[in-house]
Design a protein around this ligand. Structure first.
Ligand SMILES: Cc1ncc(COP(=O)(O)O)c(C=O)c1O
Length: 402
């Protein structure tokens, strides 16, 4: 009790967040979120929506529709599935990780005829697998494929997936939750129909809003489908209408989240997308050099890896939970656990958005160097930091000051 109050102001620990998301948010973003609330139908708020829609278009590299779904990345996922096909339709889901399996669960709940294409975790999917499935299922309405699978640390050739889907007369939707603003993504050039992201990864806003891009072709489909999507809240055409020039009322928009997203996207555009991609590349390369110097294995081959998320195999005898707890309790560093098939065998290190800076690479390598010998895995003192440092000398990280 304090001054007769039951609850004191909330406090939280300060962490170095190097997990699979969320990443840290810049104080400028948090400040924007504390601005006064305006009504979701206030013309002043429409100005913010119009500006943000254009800014998101730049981030997705699209001149078509760009807006945000109120909800986590999974809301963007479910909105795409429920809007872009009807129950009973054939939907092909490429599956090479935990989040692909989530898409399959959602697709089955909606009542699609789901064709799961399961390929090896930790490897990019060969587009030929999709080409063969499309030959087998010429009536396919929608193909779904994730760009950056955070659970497996893999990148996938979605431009080729989209080309194959369109050749077969299907729409193509993709998950860019971990890729948006962290690596090359070109919505229009790659001819994508729908891409959804999360605010909390390489954009470095708090979690809870899902930026999306939608093609005119996909919007046309939703407007003309025989029955509207079974979810009113996640009907992408209704959300697009609220963000469109008429600002047709839908649910009450999450005003403060939209302020935060606007600020985070503005900071990404100030940095420039290409520089931001380069920053993710340079820091990931430094991290990997350091991990190699520690003799730690990375199960994903170099050609298939993500820069935003590195999967690290736990050496024999190193306990996943103990290691992660020790990093959190003694160094205030969060790294992620393995999911699905990788559970217990790996840790996942994210270098995303605000968290993707050399200081964090060195902090983690230093902590691992100290902690691993306590788990019976001997490492050479100083080798990891020297390796990361040489790598950064060869390919420096652009300075992050926006
Ligand atoms: C690739 C991918 N898709 C979807 C999601 C789900 O996003 P959310 O947790 O914001 O619902 C995540 C979350 O980590 C993800 O990494």
């Amino acid at each position: 009790m304090n001054n007769g109050q039951r609850y004191e102001p909330l406090t939280v620990p300060k962490r170095v967040i190097l997990g699979p998301g969320p990443s840290s948010a810049n104080p400028r973003v948090l400040r924007a979120m504390s601005l006064p609330i305006v009504g979701y139908l206030d013309p002043a708020f429409f100005e913010i929506l119009d500006e943000l829609s254009g800014m998101l278009g730049e981030i997705f590299k699209t001149n078509q529709r760009a807006f945000a779904v109120a909800g986590a990345g999974s809301a963007g996922m479910e909105a795409g599935l429920v809007s872009l096909a009807s129950p009973g339709d054939t939907v092909i889901v490429c599956s090479y990780g935990y989040f692909c399996e989530r898409q399959i669960i959602m697709a089955e709940r909606i009542g699609f005829n789901v064709v799961p294409l399961r390929t090896e975790w930790g490897r990019s999917m060969d587009p030929k697998v999709l080409a063969d499935a499309l030959d087998e299922h010429p009536d396919t309405q929608l193909v779904v494929g994730i760009h950056a699978e955070t659970s497996a640390g893999t990148s996938h050739p979605i431009a080729e997936f989209a080309r194959l889907a369109h050749k077969a007369g299907a729409l193509f939707m993709t998950d860019v939750v971990t890729s948006l603003a962290g690596c090359e993504l070109k919505f229009d050039e790659w001819d994508l129909d729908y891409a959804y992201a999360g605010s909390q990864k390489c954009l470095a806003a708090p979690p809870g809003i899902s930026p999306v891009a939608l093609s005119e072709r996909a919007l046309e489909y939703i407007r003309n489908r025989p029955k509207p999507p079974s979810s009113w809240y996640l009907d992408l055409s209704l959300i697009a209408d609220y963000w469109g020039s008429d600002h047709v009322a839908h649910h009450t928009a999450p005003v403060s989240m939209i302020y935060g997203l606007r600020e985070a996207v503005g900071m990404a555009l100030n940095e420039t997308l290409e520089t931001r991609w380069e920053r993710h590349e340079a820091n990931a390369a430094a991290l990997r050099s350091g991990l190699e110097a520690l003799n730690l294995e990375m199960p994903v081959p170099e050609s298939d890896r993500l820069d935003q998320l590195t999967v690290v195999k736990l050496p024999e005898g190193v306990d996943d939970i103990k290691l992660r707890n020790q990093l959190l309790n003694e160094y205030s560093i969060e790294v992620g656990r393995g999911l699905g098939k990788f559970a217990g065998d790996v840790v996942r290190v994210g270098l995303m958005g605000e968290s993707c800076v050399p200081a964090n690479v060195f902090a983690l390598l230093n902590a691992l160097e100290k902690v691993l010998p306590e788990h019976g895995f001997e490492v050479a003192n100083g080798a990891a930091m020297a390796a990361a440092s040489s790598q950064l000398a060869m390919k420096p990280s652009p300075i992050y000051s926006v």
